[in-house]
Design a protein around this ligand. Sequence first.
Ligand code: C5P
Length: 314
Amino acid sequence: MRSYSLVAPAKINLYLEIIGDRPDGYHELVMVLQAISLADKIEISSIEIDAISIKCDHPGVPDNQNNLAYRAAALMAEQFPHAIARYGGVEIKIQKTIPIAAGLAGGSSNAAAVLVGLDLLWELGLTQGELQELGGQIGSDVPFCLEGGTALATGRGEVLSPLANLDQLYLVLAKYHNLQISTPWAYKTYRQQFSHTYVSATQDLQSRRDRVHSGPIVAAVMHQDGAEIGRLLHNDLEKVALPEYPQIQQLRQMIGTQPGVLGAMMSGSGPTVFGLVQSQAEATQVMKTVRGQIPDPELGLWTAKFISQGISLV
Ligand code: C5P
């Protein structure tokens, strides 16, 4: 049985600005995305029966079309029917470490790993551009998850410009296990409350993108200035998530005021909060202090490091 094992890292948003609506129902975004060392492990194997089988050690992960990893395999099977005929079906084992529905792109990263794994398993020789195009059909974050590192993302989030690697920064992540935020809810609520701020003319959209591209957050990334990045963290979706979920606001406040923390924010559509620090020792210390102040077993805490790669083989 041929098989490949892959590492599927999570991502955080260092910057997320919603600039407008799109005709396809999504939002026009400008984001700075960062891959981190918190990662799932994905094992992809050929199986004799002509099927897609998902096995996961986490009970909350679906084994059907609701799982982006399943959708990635189904898309590949549809695009390359000769491969299924030649190699049989596929079994995808997911060892979950990234919390689910957390704003960390865990599902998107699993899907990205399936694309890379099937390209290898089926000896397709797809280019990075072809993988990106397929990834974009599965979810807005999948193209970034393939690339990893640090990138400016525009469009739905699938149009990427790589930025300087920031692999000297560390973070602590905090998420209540019993708190999950649906991404469609976050964007829908934002639209209800803030659509009056949206721009729509092509020229205005471009000038908003340019403003970020040549603005302070990208400059801070390019200078690898952790303190400035921490100061400039921004996420428009906090405007809907924080008032609705005071626990997120409380975590953000607590983490943001710990010694050594350069800045704290909610990632993506939440509810995970992260705090940036300069070293693993500081990340461990912040994690211990937060654990001491919130002994609730429902609070999950992790430390991680910024990384410069996306999907990689084990
Ligand atoms: O692309 P993805 O499946 O990750 O998006 C999940 C949901 O988030 C979409 O159905 C949409 O409601 C919202 N979304 C959006 N604009 C984006 C990305 C996501 O409105 N650029």
